[in-house]
Design a protein around this ligand. Structure first.
Ligand code: DQA
Length: 148
C-alpha cells in the first residue's frame, strides 16, 4: 500500500530562499520538496509538502493526517514557541512526528529555546539547514518501515 508523509511548514516559510538567507539559506521550499520526494521514491511513499501562514489551517492539516498520513515532518516555525493548539493537534495524531528547524534555535534568541512541539516529537532535527528535511524524511522512512 502506498503511504504518505506530510511535510508541514508554518508561518513565513513561504519566503524560504528570500527571507534572512544568512540564517535560512537560499533553497526554496520547492527545492526541499523535490529532494524529499526523490528520497521517498514516489512509488511506495509519496511526500506532500504544504506551507501556511494560518494556524487554524495547520491544525486542520494535522487532523487530516490522522487519516491520510503515515507520518508528519513539521517545521512549525514561530508556532513552535507559542502554540499549545499545534501541540494538542499533534497529540491527537497517532503516527510518528519529526520536528525540524532549519536554523540552530539554541544559538539564537532565548525565546526560540523553548518548543511546545518537542514534548510530542519522536525526533528533532535542528540546525542542519534545509538538509534537515531530508534527514527527517530519512528517519521517517525507517519509522514507518519503508527504509530503502
Ligand atoms: C525556524 C526557527 C523558528 O524560531 C522561526 O520562528 C522560524 C523558522 C527554523 O526553521 O529554524 O520561522 O523554525
Amino acid at each position: 500500500m502506498r503511504q504518505t508523509i506530510f511535510i508541514l511548514n508554518g508561518p513565513n516559510l513561504n519566503l524560504l530562499g528570500q527571507r534572512e538567507p544568512e540564517i535560512y539559506g537560499r533553497d526554496t521550499l520547492a527545492d526541499v520538496e523535490a529532494r524529499c520526494a526523490a528520497l521517498a521514491g514516489g512509488e511506495e511513499v509519496r511526500v506532500v509538502l504544504r506551507q501556511t501562514n494560518h494556524e487554524g489551517e495547520m491544525i486542520d492539516w494535522i487532523h487530516e493526517a490522522r487519516h491520510d498520513a503515515a507520518g508528519i515532518v513539521i517545521n512549525p516555525a514561530a508556532w513552535t514557541h507559542t502554540s499549545v493548539a499545534v501541540l494538542d493537534a499533534l497529540n491527537a495524531y497517532e503516527g510518528p512526528v519529526i520536528e525540524v528547524h532549519i536554523s540552530n534555535v539554541h544559538k539564537r534568541e532565548e525565546f526560540r529555546h523553548h518548543s511546545y512541539v518537542s514534548a510530542r516529537a519522536d525526533g528533532i532535527v535542528i540546525g542542519c539547514g534545509t538538509q534537515g528535511y531530508e534527514l527527517a524524511v530519512s528517519r521517517m522512512l525507517r519509522l514507518i518501515g519503508r527504509e530503502k
